[in-house]
Design a protein around this ligand. Structure first.
Ligand code: GLY
Ligand code: MN
Ligand code: MN
Length: 446
């Protein structure tokens, strides 16, 4: 569970924007639950992580909580949360409780979660529209349907529950795309800590260690600087394991002459960072490793140059693909013309993922990559705006095969940084750990 927010103004501001949106659409009520607990095995749970949309509007990190926003002549933000319970708090820890929640989280009203079923039907009555997350299937949806039915009964034909139901997520996703100052501050801190963790892993690496030992270095550095958790399972992939895109740190031994790929980032106050570095176990890139490494770095530089306000979301990907595909031709990994291997998709044999994704409360953050209303699927790509944060992460993955030059067999490389769109271009907030091959070699000599 991450720390309760100290500055509640950004959360109140976001709720105000939701109220404004609801009012502009004719009024209504928005209902949002936080994430449920997830059982790991028997009576052991996964570490609790709140829902990102819920946190975005509340700053509240306890489980068993709901937010209700009623847009009207007087807007009302109502939080339902666990009541204080001195006995259970001895076992499970502190609870805020509804009384303190009003002031601490800037709510207009708060109730114990046990009152939710009783109060919700009346809250729904006379509201023209209900906004909820269409992602929340199962128990949340069933509850809302039951409250709707009970509201209908309570209304006795004279008063009605909402006739229209809308998805709340597209609105929140579009808001989450552009980060405010408090979000950028958290993301910078997460980026700084993660960069330090990658540098630590580079310094620690040597032949004979195992992937899990480098993972331990990362986790140690995350936690000792106050990060609450990794933002996603750390990838530490030795040698050929780097060609498995979602490989999790395992027990493979690091071997002299091989590369190791680390894709890891911590979460600070609910905000993710996401960094990949690839470096030689023995501190020196071999010729073929260096050739593909420099190619990937050049592709990233081209993508960075194409990442600026007003540029299309897809420009960075296209720039990276052109550089990578040309390099694949130059190195004999592909045959043909540049336009030919791009058009046919031949390059995807070695580069099969996109060059980036939005980053924020979720590592693959909310937000549409295309502009305009939801359909059709081939709408134009969105243009970048100051305050957006995204990753730039080209790679090249060469599996051993008879038709592939031998010197490149089993080399997997990715270089990933987090970019904040500024008014002039973009700022890479994860460069506390080097990318340049010579700088990496120098760091590893320390
Ligand atoms: N670490 C997940 C990603 O790079 O997208
Ligand atoms: Mn990423
Ligand atoms: Mn990553």
């Amino acid at each position: 569970m991450s720390l309760p927010a100290t500055d509640i103004a950004p959360f109140a501001d976001r709720r105000r924007r939701v109220f404004d949106h609801l009012r502009a659409a004719g009024g209504g009520i928005a209902v949002l639950a936080t994430a449920p607990h997830a059982v790991r095995n028997r009576d052991t749970e996964y570490p609790y992580r709140h829902d990102s949309d819920f946190y975005y509007l509340t700053g509240f990190t306890e489980p068993d909580a709901w937010l209700v926003l009623v847009a009207g002549a007087v807007d009302r933000a109502i939080l339902f949360c666990r009541a204080r319970h001195p006995e259970q708090e001895i076992w499970e820890g502190y609870r805020c409780g509804p009384e303190a929640a009003i002031e601490r989280y800037g709510m207009d009203d708060a109730h114990a979660i046990e009152e939710l079923d009783e109060l919700m039907p009346a809250l729904l009555l006379d509201q023209p529209a209900l906004y909820r997350s269409f992602a929340a299937a199962g128990p949340v949806e069933r509850k809302l349907r039951r409250w709707q039915a009970e509201a209908e009964q309570q209304g006795r034909g004279r008063r009605q529950p909402p006739a229209r139901v809308h998805d709340l997520r597209p609105l929140l996703a579009s808001m989450r795309l552009v980060k405010d100052a408090s979000e950028i501050a958290a993301m910078r801190q997460a980026a700084r800590i993660s960069a330090g963790a990658h540098a630590r892993a580079m310094r620690a690496a040597r032949a004979g260690l195992h992937e899990y030992e480098l993972e331990a270095e990362l986790l140690y550095e995350f936690r000792r600087h106050g990060a609450q958790a990794p933002a996603y399972p750390s990838i530490v992939a030795a040698g050929a394991n780097a060609c498995v895109l979602h490989y999790a740190a395992g027990d493979t031994m690091l071997r002299d002459g091989e590369l190791v790929l680390i894709d890891a980032g911590c979460e600070v106050d609910s905000y993710a960072s996401d960094i990949t570095r690839t470096f030689p176990v023995n501190g020196h890139f071999s010729g073929p490793q260096r050739a593909l490494y420099d190619l990937t770095a050049a592709a990233q530089a081209a993508a960075v140059a194409a990442t600026a306000p007003g540029r299309s979301w897809n420009d960075a990907h296209e720039a990276a693909v052109r550089v990578l595909a040309q390099g694949m031709l130059d190195e004999g990994l592909l045959q043909g013309s540049l336009d030919g291997v791009i058009e046919s998709g031949a390059y995807t044999r070695y580069y099969m993922h996109r060059t980036g994704h939005w980053l924020g409360l979720d590592v693959h953050d909310a937000g549409d990559y295309r502009s305009g209303p939801a359909a059709p699927a081939d709408r134009p790509w969105r243009n970048l705006e100051p305050g957006m944060v995204l990753t730039i992460e080209p790679g090249i993955y060469v599996r051993a095969a008879d038709d592939v030059p031998r010197q490149f067999h089993d080399i997997g490389i990715r270089i990933e940084d987090d970019a904040l769109i500024t008014h002039e271009g973009c700022e890479l907030i994860t460069r506390g750990v080097p990318v340049d091959a010579r700088e990496i070699e120098a760091l590893m000599r320390e």
